[in-house]
Design a protein around this ligand. Structure first.
Ligand code: NAD
Length: 355
C-alpha cells in the first residue's frame, strides 16, 4: 500500500486513515490543498476491491476538488473522503456517527458533503458528531443537484453560443445520458428553453416520465452515442468520452454534469480534432460546490443561484482562450485553476513576509 509514491499523489497536505472497531468504519480523508480555504468535498462509500483502489480514488478526487473550487472562483480548498464498504449493506447510523467523529478530528480543515453511496440523510447523521458538514439542511443550501443542473444549463448555453453562434436554445437538439437528480433537472430547463430532447437511462420510469412530461424521444443506453444532435450531455457516468464513443458522436458540443468524462486526458485532443467542443466537466458541474460556498447564517438562495449562472461566463472564457492559445479546453481549465492558486499562494507568502 503506497501513498507518497502512488501516481495519484500530488503533494497532498494530509491523508488520514480512520478505523472504528464498534461500527466497522474504515475511512480515508484526503486534504489536497487549503490555499483557498478549508478543503470541501463529498464522502464516497464504495466497495473497493482493495485499499490501493480506495487510496487512488481519494487522492484523485480530492485533487479534482481543488481545481473545481479554484476555477469556480470560490474560497474553498480541495478534499474528499472515502468509506470502504458496500453502502447498501454496511452503512449504519453508528458508522456515519463514527465518520462524523473522524471529520471532527480535522477541526474544520476538511468539510464533508454527500457523494456516491452517501445521502443527505447520512450526512445529517454524521452531523451529530461534527459541525463540519455541508450541503445538508433545507433552508441552508440542501441537496446541491438543482444548482448543479442550473449550472450545466448555463454552461451548455455558453457552448451553443460559442460553437453554433446561437444565443437561444430554441430547436437545439440535446441528447441526454442519465435522467437522475441532475439529468432530469437539466432536461426540464432545456425543455422550457425550447430545446428538443433525446434521452437514455437504465431507469425505465425516469425515461417514461421524460417522454410523457417533456416530449423527449427515448433511445437505448447504447444508442445515445449515435444520435444526430447538436449537444451530447453526459449526466450519468465517468469515462464516457473514449476511443469507442468519440468516433460515434454526431454532435458539435459536449456539455454535461458527469464527473471525469474523459477516459484519458488525450481524449480532449481527440474531441478537438473531430471539431467537437468539449465543455470541461469540472467547470460546468460546479453549481453544487458554488451553492455550498454560500452556506452560512445569511444564506441567500437567489444570490447563490445567480453566482451559479456565472458558469456561463467561466465556460465562455475557457472556449475563447483555448481558441486563442490553440490548446484544448481541458488544458485551459487546468491552467486557469492553477493560475489562481499560484496568485493566492504568492499573495499569502507576501503578506506573511510583510507581517
Ligand atoms: P443520479 O445517481 O441521481 O443519476 C444518475 C442517473 O444515471 C441514474 O438515473 C442512472 O439510472 C443513470 N445511469 C446509470 N448508468 C447509465 C447508463 N449506462 N446510461 C444511461 N443512464 C445511466 O446522479 P446525479 O446526482 O444526477 O449525478 C449525475 C452525474 O453528475 C454523476 O456523474 C455525478 O458524479 C455528477 N455530478 C453530480 C452533482 C450533483 O450535485 N448531484 C454535482 C457534480 C457532478
Amino acid at each position: 500500500m503506497t501513498v507518497f509514491s502512488a501516481k495519484e499523489f500530488d503533494n497532498h497536505e494530509d491523508v488520514l486513515f480512520f478505523h472504528d472497531k464498534k461500527s466497522g468504519l474504515k475511512a480515508i480523508i484526503a486534504v489536497h490543498d487549503t490555499t483557498l480555504g478549508p478543503a470541501l468535498g463529498g464522502t464516497r462509500m464504495w466497495d473497493y476491491q482493495n485499499e490501493e483502489e480506495a487510496i487512488a480514488d481519494v487522492l484523485r478526487l480530492s485533487r479534482g476538488m481543488t481545481y473545481k473550487s479554484s476555477l469556480a472562483g470560490i474560497n474553498l480548498g480541495g478534499g474528499k473522503s472515502v468509506i470502504i464498504g458496500d453502502s447498501r449493506t454496511e452503512k449504519t447510523p453508528d458508522l456515519m456517527e463514527a465518520f462524523g467523529r473522524a471529520v471532527d478530528q480535522l477541526g474544520g480543515t476538511y468539510i464533508a458533503a454527500e457523494d456516491v453511496g452517501t445521502s443527505v440523510t447520512d450526512l445529517e447523521i454524521a452531523r451529530r458528531s461534527t459541525r463540519h458538514i455541508a450541503g445538508i439542511s433545507e433552508g441552508n443550501s440542501g441537496d446541491p443537484s438543482p444548482a448543479t443542473a442550473w449550472g450545466v444549463f448555463h454552461g451548455l448555453r455558453a457552448a451553443v453560443e460559442f460553437e453554433l453562434k446561437q444565443k437561444s436554445l430554441a430547436s437545439i437538439k440535446v441528447s441526454v445520458q442519465g435522467l437522475g437528480n441532475v439529468g432530469y433537472g437539466l432536461c426540464e430547463l432545456l425543455k422550457d428553453a425550447g430545446a428538443e430532447l433525446i434521452v437514455a437511462d437504465l431507469n425505465e420510469a425516469a425515461v417514461e416520465k421524460a417522454v410523457k412530461n417533456l416530449g423527449a424521444k427515448a433511445v437505448s443506453i447504447d444508442a445515445i452515442y449515435d444520435q444526430e444532435a447538436d449537444v451530447f450531455a453526459p449526466c450519468a457516468l465517468g469515462a464516457v468520452l473514449n476511443d469507442d464513443t468519440i468516433d460515434r458522436l454526431k454532435v458539435r458540443v459536449v456539455a454535461g454534469s458527469a464527473n471525469n468524462q474523459l477516459a484519458e486526458d488525450r481524449h480532449a485532443r481527440t474531441l478537438t480534432e473531430k471539431a467537437i467542443l468539449y465543455t470541461p466537466d469540472y467547470a460546468i458541474n460546479a453549481g453544487g460546490i458554488i451553492i455550498i460556498s454560500h452556506e452560512g447564517p445569511s444564506f441567500d438562495r437567489e444570490k447563490a443561484m445567480q453566482h451559479v449562472a456565472g458558469i456561463h461566463d467561466t465556460c465562455l472564457s475557457i472556449f475563447e482562450r483555448a481558441k486563442r492559445e490553440k490548446v484544448t479546453t481541458a488544458e485551459i481549465a487546468d491552467k486557469i485553476a492553477l493560475e489562481r492558486l499560484e496568485r493566492v499562494r504568492n499573495e499569502k507568502a507576501r503578506l506573511a513576509l510583510a507581517s
